[in-house]
Design a binder for this molecule. Structure first.
Ligand SMILES: *Cc1c(COP(=O)(O)O)cnc(C)c1O
Length: 376
């Protein structure tokens, strides 16, 4: 946790559950990524944390934005981003959303099917379009592959068709899955899509942009490679595939810019055992799956948790949320241990919760209010 967050928690003792978020950390993360990948344009994946103070800070740094809905497009515009800095990156968009984004000046759109391409031709004529290719998501703790993307073969005919429909066949994209821990996944994906650049050039279509997506990992409980390792792997693969004729490069990081800027403070509601002599305790927090920790589904994202008793003897725990839903369990199999001294009423912190938490909070399921957010 950053010193600024520690001070805020100590001085303000905010009501829980809450997210405390250090905006300076986002700036540091953004600058580090820009240093690591100076040739790539950074489009922040807004869905990771769309809070206005986050968007405003990134606007000041000249970030660009990957928006998934017309609402996210409008949030970026309201935060001061020019329309030319916004990519409408969801491959699944309502016609009305496309038309509104186009009217607002957005000219860059993703697609992965003929049906979506035809919608773009109709409602955003002349726009730059890029086709999302399905790639392996192996190595990702939060994979996304099955829902999005198309084959290289289909992308070839779609890009040819884009020109015929009066659109600008701008480039290709892929996403190797979120919390991707293997640099090789990017290398493999770049190699795969690069062939299509050559192939299409021979057919008279000059693609100009390659979007390597997001997915860069964050340190939760386990170490992950540094961003520099990913940058080096990506640049090596780009040079191998394109030589000196690099296309415009885009990356769309979400998690790695905002996750470690946030800490959730929660209160222990109950510590109990199924039977008096069970070694396993159940620790119930005032935040759970429906309070924003949706990425604990399948115990996929395993947050680091600290307590006031760290360093004292600990024992195995299952950790759950406060609602009456049986699915509201955070961790049962991930072998968490917490101090034996931990009692109800005490605070705990869940670290690196600045991404994909605040917006996943449900609206008053069981009456619980959504998570409070403090941007400092
Ligand atoms: C979610 C998403 C991202 C961001 O992914 P991270 O793993 O948070 O970096 C980038 N691009 C697209 C298309 C996405 O859907």
């Amino acid at each position: 946790m950053t010193p600024k967050i520690a001070r805020f928690l100590a001085e303000q003792q905010p009501a829980t559950p809450c997210l405390v978020f250090d905006l300076d950390r986002v700036e540091e993360n953004f600058r580090a990524l820009r240093r690591a990948l100076p040739l790539a344009a950074i489009y922040y994946a807004v869905k990771a944390n769309p809070a206005p103070p986050v968007l405003q800070r990134l606007v000041r740094l000249d970030s660009r934005f990957d928006a998934a809905s017309i609402e996210e497009v409008e949030c970026c515009l309201a935060a001061g981003a020019p329309a030319s800095a916004i990519s409408f990156g969801n491959t699944i968009k309502k016609a009305s959303a496309i038309a509104r984004a186009h009217a607002a000046g957005v000219t860059m759109f993703a697609f992965d099917s003929i049906e979506e391409l035809e919608k773009l031709a109709r409602h955003a004529p002349g726009s730059r379009v890029y086709c999302r290719i399905l790639v392996e998501n192996e190595g990702a703790d939060w994979p996304l592959s099955r829902k999005f993307g198309t084959t290289v073969e289909n992308a070839r005919s779609l890009m040819l068709r884009a020109g015929e429909l009066g659109l600008d066949p701008f480039g290709l994209s892929f996403h190797v899955g979120s919390q991707q821990t293997r640099t090789a996944s990017y290398e493999a994906a770049i190699g795969r899509v690069a062939m299509l650049f050559t192939d299409l050039r021979e057919r008279g279509v000059d693609l100009r942009m390659l979007n390597c997506g997001g997915g860069f990992p964050v340190r939760y409980r386990e170490d992950v490679p540094e961003i520099d390792s990913f940058a080096q792997a990506i640049m090596a693969a780009m040079t191998k595939a394109f030589g000196n004729a690099l296309p415009e490069m885009v990356v769309e990081p979400g998690r790695c810019l905002v996750a470690d800027a946030g800490v959730v403070r929660s209160e222990v509601v109950l510590v109990s055992r199924r039977e008096p002599d069970d070694a396993m305790r159940w620790v119930y927090l005032d935040i759970g799956r429906f309070g924003g920790l949706a990425e604990t589904e399948g115990e996929a994202i395993r947050y680091r948790i600290t307590t006031p008793h760290d360093g004292s003897p600990s024992g195995p725990v299952a950790i759950a949320g406060p609602t009456c839903d049986g699915a509201d369990i955070l961790y049962e199999r991930a072998r968490y241990r917490l101090p034996l001294a931990l009692r109800s009423g005490e605070p705990v912190e869940l670290h690196a919760t600045g991404a994909y938490v605040a917006t996943y909070a449900s609206q008053r399921f069981n009456g619980f209010a959504p998570l409070d957010e403090h941007y400092i």
